[in-house]
Design a protein around this ligand. Structure first.
Ligand code: ATP
Ligand code: MG
Length: 256
C-alpha cells in the first residue's frame, strides 16, 4: 500500500525553480533513495514535504492530506526528518539526546512548550536505540562517540517519535566506507521493521546497495526513477553525474 504520496511538488525561490513538478511515492516499509548532484533540489524537496517552505502540489501520508498542515502537524501525523547538518547535544548522553526535541528549529521547540512538551516515552527511546544497535551506548556522552555512532544517534532520535516515514538528509556524510555500510545495514533493518525511509545521500554504494527504489533529481526535476539496477545504468543519470564511475556501487566515498 502507498504510504507516502507526493504529487507535482514545486518550489520557487524568487525566480529560481528549485523544484518543478516532482512526483514520488513510498510504499509501507520501503527504503527509497533520492539522489542527484549538488543543488539538484533534494533538501528543498524534504523542506517542501515537511512544510518548511511554501510549495505547490500535494503531499499525502497514510491517505491523509498533509498539504494544508504546518510542519508540527505533519510531524504529528508521522512524517519525520533529519537535517543535513544535524548536531547532538555534546554534554547529554545518547539516551538524553533522544529525549529532547533537538532536531527542531527554535520556533518548533517554542510551539512544543506552548502546547505541552511532547517527549517520547522511555519505551520509544529504548526501542529506537535497540533498532540502531546503540543500546550499550545509551549512557555514554555524545562527545565520546565516533562519527558513525553520531549519525546512528541522529537516526535513532527521529525514530524515537515513532513516525511512519523518516526523510534522512545525507546521514552518511563524513563517514568512511565501514561506517557507511554499518549505517546501511541499520537503515535497511529499520525499513524492514516497518518504518519507511526516504534516503538522500551522495554515497552511491550505500544508496544503490540498500534502496528498493531510487529517484534521481537534476535541476529540480525527476530525470529517472526505478529499481537501483535500472537507475544505475540510465544514460541520463550517468550524464548527470558526469561519468559512469559516479553511479557504480563500487565507487569510493572520495568520488562522490
Ligand atoms: N533559501 C533559498 N533561497 C534561494 N535559493 C535556494 C534556497 N535554498 C536552496 N536554494 C537553491 O535551490 C536549489 C536546490 O538546492 P538544494 O539545497 O535543495 O539542493 P540539494 O540537492 O540538497 O544539494 P546538496 O547535495 O548540495 O545538499 C539550488 O540551486 C539552491 O541554490
Ligand atoms: Mg541538500
Amino acid at each position: 500500500m502507498t504510504l507516502f504520496s507526493v504529487q507535482s511538488v514545486g518550489v520557487s525561490y524568487g525566480g529560481v525553480h528549485a523544484l518543478s513538478d516532482v512526483t514520488l511515492q513510498v510504499e509501507e516499509g520501503q527504503l527509497v533513495g533520492l539522489i542527484g548532484p549538488n543543488g539538484a533540489g533534494k533538501t528543498t524537496f524534504v523542506d517542501a514535504v515537511s512544510g518548511l517552505v511554501n510549495a505547490r502540489g500535494r503531499v499525502e501520508l497514510d491517505g491523509q492530506d498533509l498539504t494544508p498542515l504546518p510542519p508540527h502537524a505533519r510531524a504529528r501525523r508521522g512524517l519525520a526528518r533529519t537535517f543535513q547538518s544535524s548536531e547532538l547535544f555534546e554534554d547529554l548522553t545518547v539516551a538524553e539526546n533522544l529525549q529532547v526535541t533537538a532536531e527542531r528549529p527554535p520556533w518548533w521547540t517554542a510551539l512544543g512548550e506552548t502546547f505541552g512538551r511532547r517527549t517520547p516515552p522511555a519505551s520509544a527511546v529504548s526501542d529506537s536505540l535497540a533498532a540502531l544497535g546503540l543500546h550499550d551506548l545509551a549512557d555514554s556522552s555524545a562527545h565520546e562517540l565516533s562519527q558513525g555512532q553520531r549519525k546512528l544517534v541522529g537516526v535513532a532520535r527521529a525514530l524515537a517519535a515513532r513516525p511512519r516515514l523518516i526523510c534522512l538528509d545525507e546521514p552518511a556524510a563524513g563517514l568512511d566506507t565501514t561506517e557507511s555500510s554499518e549505517l546501511g545495514l541499520r537503515l535497511r533493518a529499520v525499513a524492514d521493521a516497518g518504518t519507511a525511509l526516504l534516503l538522500i545521500d551522495h554515497d552511491m554504494g550505500l544508496v544503490m546497495g540498500i534502496c528498493d527504489h531510487v529517484v534521481v533529481l537534476e535541476f529540480g526535476k525527476v530525470i529517472a526513477s526505478g529499481p537501483p539496477a535500472q537507475v544505475r545504468n540510465d544514460p541520463a543519470v550517468i550524464t548527470a553525474y558526469l561519468g559512469a564511475s559516479a553511479v557504480q556501487p563500487s565507487s569510493t566515498p572520495e568520488t562522490s
